[in-house]
Design a protein around this ligand. Structure first.
Ligand SMILES: O=C(O)[C@H](O)CO
Length: 369
């Protein structure tokens, strides 16, 4: 028997019961739901990751839709519970949905929303920050200063890699990977920047699409991972592939932890002290594999790539509108990458679901807007 969970209730007399498994940033998402006759229940349980049992208790006997988090296991059990409670809408507050069994959701007629288009640049910015921080050993140097160890400038002190003129590899050049690539050429178009460099007698920036991933791994000085996580990308970076990378390369991962075999990575970091990584995600989040936290050549941050105020508030808004739109029977927004109309605080959002990943499988109609 599941334990009762603590909740905060908004608009208690609302017709549609919507659950959010976590408090989320901003208030717009709350107002959008309660203005459209939803009774909103926000779980305030002091426990970071809710179990399946906790969420079943939250869903209860009658529930129209749920906004959930990427830390939760949304599979057969939860979708059947939601369906039994009359629910037809779920949205992850995330663009990634590897925690969701979309087939199970479809089987129970539940739509699965996600939040693309609002975290592209934010995530790419963190990947770029990790790249520079790893190259220039910023975190190690900061720890050194705070420990009172700095007793004067030295020629060898925290010598790192110069990124200028280096080869940057992007694995998974979708929305976020492409934004990262743009940022790494200093926000100018490749052509303009190339011409500028040429005029200054410097090597122009060039780019190419590599024929194989191995080619990227072998040639790049800095590699950023941006694939989705599925069966084909699990342990994409393993012992063998690490071994073909340059000994002084930098690897950044802001995608999903299991894309990298973390045990192999720890070994590789131990054996190659000049190889560096910047990690936002981990194989067994929230844990790190033994030894990783001790590695000076690793920068580790707690899955914060999308953590800017604007982005997180936007993600909350899109997730709420995915659920609200399905409850109201709205069509599906035609371009889930162009979600600005949903984020404009000065006008009401379009009457559409911003992004439903199983829209086709459920036979939902596309918006004409
Ligand atoms: O998938 C996502 O949205 C991100 O991992 C959250 O930062």
């Amino acid at each position: 028997m599941a334990k009762p969970v603590s909740i905060e209730v908004w608009n208690p007399n609302g017709k549609y019961r919507v659950i959010s498994t976590k408090p989320m940033p901003g208030t717009r998402w709350i107002n959008l739901l309660i203005d459209q006759d939803c009774r909103l229940e926000i779980c305030t349980q002091k426990k970071t990751i809710l179990s399946v049992e906790d969420i079943i208790a939250l869903i209860g006997e009658k529930c129209d839709g749920v906004i959930g988090q990427l830390t939760e296991d949304w599979g057969e059990v939860l979708f059947s519970a939601l369906s039994r409670a009359g629910g037809k809408a779920f949205s992850n507050m995330a663009v990634g949905y590897n925690n969701v069994d979309v087939n199970a959701a479809t089987k129970y007629g539940v739509s699965v929303g996600n939040t693309p288009g609002v975290l592209t640049e934010t995530t790419a910015e963190l990947a770029a920050s990790l790249s520079v921080a790893a190259a220039r050993r910023i975190v190690e140097a900061d720890e050194f200063m705070r420990a009172g160890l700095y007793d004067g400038w030295l020629p060898h002190l925290f010598v790192g890699n110069l990124l200028k003129g280096q080869t940057v590899g992007v694995i998974g050049a979708g929305r976020i990977g492409s934004a990262y690539a743009r940022m790494m050429v200093i926000s100018l178009t490749l052509l303009t920047y190339g011409e500028f460099l040429k005029a200054n007698g410097e090597q122009p920036v060039t780019w190419k699409r590599a024929a194989t991933m191995e080619e990227v791994l072998r040639e790049a000085d800095l590699i950023s991972l941006h694939p989705i996580l599925d069966k084909t990308t699990y342990h994409l970076i393993n012992k063998e592939r690490l071994s073909i990378m340059k000994k002084e390369a930098i690897l950044v991962n802001c995608s999903r932890g299991p894309v990298v075999d973390e045990v192999a990575l720890v070994e590789h970091l131990k054996e190659n002290p000049m190889f560096r990584v910047g990690l936002d995600v981990f194989e067994d989040e929230p844990y790190m594999k033994p030894g990783l936290a001790d590695m000076k050549n690793a920068i580790v941050v707690p899955h914060i790539a999308s953590a800017s105020k604007w982005t997180r508030e936007g993600m909350a808004t899109l997730a709420a509108l995915n659920v609200l739109g399905k409850i109201k029977g709205y069509p599906i927004w035609s371009n889930p990458n162009q979600v600005e109309p949903f984020l404009n605080e000065n006008s009401p959002p379009p009457a559409a679901c911003p992004s439903i990943v199983n829209a086709k499988a459920l036979g939902l109609t596309a918006s004409k807007l």
